[in-house]
Design a protein around this ligand. Structure first.
Ligand code: MG
Length: 453
């Protein structure tokens, strides 16, 4: 079979401007989307990066050239593109963003009519059309029309607020990192009834206040301001606000897994998460008679599984959460509102987090040749369960994950982008973590060696 260059990575097309991504490619993506989309309109939005309006124009030109109409949202967070695509019955959504990457980067992510991200098979189709330049262009009299729909934001705001029950009283500090949610997230949280203080909430593609990745290292100011102002909560987004992370009332960054566990229990029922998420979720859901389903790492896999199981909620520990009652596109603003509800109903976030068990954890990487990964993983799938006598569950959906009777677990999973295999685990206690770590690492190193020899 013919080798077609892969453009899409784990989260759309992504790269430095002028290297992997440029207006020429954006035009081709627009042409390809216009070629595959059914009769109707295509929603386009972009983040505040300096290169985003330029790339958006190129994408739009491609779509119009295929005779499809464009509904242009302008500068908006990713979840607004997902929601508008679904709400307006569009044939596709296109978001220009590099999410949490630094200023020189940009990217393109595609959305389905139901608000779910494009799956890998759909991305391969786009790549094939671009490679063969098999675009369906139309003649001059059939060119599409572009319409500015920035006023759609008011529908998004209204429908989002209709979903949540928040009483006035909480004080929340919101740090948008000068990303796409800069005006919108503080506005919505204020409208929900909270007192809002803002940090980095003017959109700016140079990200002058902090890096768009909402990591512990980048949120020092938010943590200090929450503490200094006696706020109940701090919320921060990544550059395109499909993600949200929280800071508790003591000014500590909330553990990603524990925060996901708390909101999962609040949603109840069946919750979907990824194979690398903590047993804290199982612990929290057990208390409300809920069920955890684990799928492949990546928000599109979580969304797919949610729709298969008709689950109530799902998310990755990174803070990418999907709320199917609203849309299948991860929504960091709604995630923030759900955390506000949690705090309002159940008390200070610091207390809720401290009440959850902390499981000793380990993450180890062992180098291995890319070409051996598949065979090594086949061996690991066979041999890993033989190491333990108390296995509750074996999940081979993404690497191999064993859950043991005491809820300790271990995951062996190859990196998709680098030459190593990673072991991730949690033990019920320190001794158990050490034991699982030593046994699994020895097995993995031995197996890799046998292939090298
Ligand atoms: Mg993002």
């Amino acid at each position: 079979m013919e080798e077609i260059p892969q453009l899409f990575g784990t989260s759309g097309i992504r790269g430095r401007l002028g290297e992997k991504i440029n207006p020429e490619l954006a035009l081709k993506v627009g042409l390809a989307v216009g070629t595959v989309a059914g009769e109707g309109k295509i929603v386009v939005g972009h983040d505040p990066r300096t290169s985003s309006p330029m790339l958006s124009l190129a994408v739009k030109a491609g779509i119009l050239q295929c005779g499809k109409d464009v509904l242009d949202l302008g500068m908006v967070p990713t979840p607004v593109v997902g929601y508008a695509t679904q709400y307006l019955g569009a044939q596709a959504g296109v978001m220009i963003t590099a999410s949490h990457n630094p200023s020189p980067y940009n990217g393109i992510k595609l959305w389905n009519p139901n608000g779910m991200a494009y799956k890998q098979e759909q991305e391969r189709v786009i790549e094939r059309i671009i490679h063969h330049e098999s675009f369906k262009r139309v003649s001059w009299d059939l060119i599409g029309k572009s319409k500015d729909i920035n006023n759609f934001i008011s529908i998004y705001v209204e429908n989002l607020l209709d979903l949540v029950k928040i009483k006035p009283g909480l004080k929340v500090v919101v740090d948008c990192g000068s990303g796409a949610a800069s005006y919108l997230s503080p506005l919505i949280i204020r409208k929900s009834g909270c007192e809002v203080l803002t940090l980095n909430s003017q959109p700016d593609g140079f990200f002058p206040g902090r890096d768009p990745e909402p990591s512990q290292k980048n949120l020092g100011e938010l943590m200090r301001v929450v503490k200094a102002t006696g706020a109940d909560l701090g919320l921060a987004h990544d550059g395109d606000a499909d993600r949200m992370v929280a800071v508790d009332d003591k000014g500590r960054m909330a553990d990603f897994d524990k925060l996901l566990a708390l909101v999962s229990a609040q949603r109840g029922g069946t919750v979907v998460t990824t194979v690398d998420a903590s047993a804290a979720i199982d612990h929290s859901l057990k208390e409300v008679q809920g069920k955890v389903d684990r799928t492949k790492v990546g928000d599109v896999h979580v969304a797919t599984r949610i729709s298969q199981l008709k689950a109530n909620f799902g998310g990755e520990p990174s803070g990418t959460w999907i709320h199917p009652e609203f849309c299948m596109c991860p929504d960091g603003i709604l995630s923030g509102l759900r955390v506000i509800e949690l705090v309002q109903e159940n008390g200070p976030l610091s207390q809720l987090l401290d009440e959850l068990p902390t499981y000793p954890t380990r993450r180890v990487t062992v180098n291995c040749q890319d070409e051996d990964k598949k065979s090594i993983m086949q061996e690991m799938e066979k041999k890993l369960p033989q190491l333990f006598s108390d296995i509750k569950d074996v999940n081979p959906i993404d690497g191999v994950r064993l859950t043991l009777n005491d809820d300790s677990w271990v995951l062996v999973r190859p990196s998709g982008t680098e030459s190593f295999i990673r072991i991730t685990l949690e033990g019920k206690n320190e001794k158990r973590a050490r034991e699982i770590h030593e046994k699994s690492k020895k097995l993995l190193e031995g197996t890799i060696k046998s292939f090298e020899g």
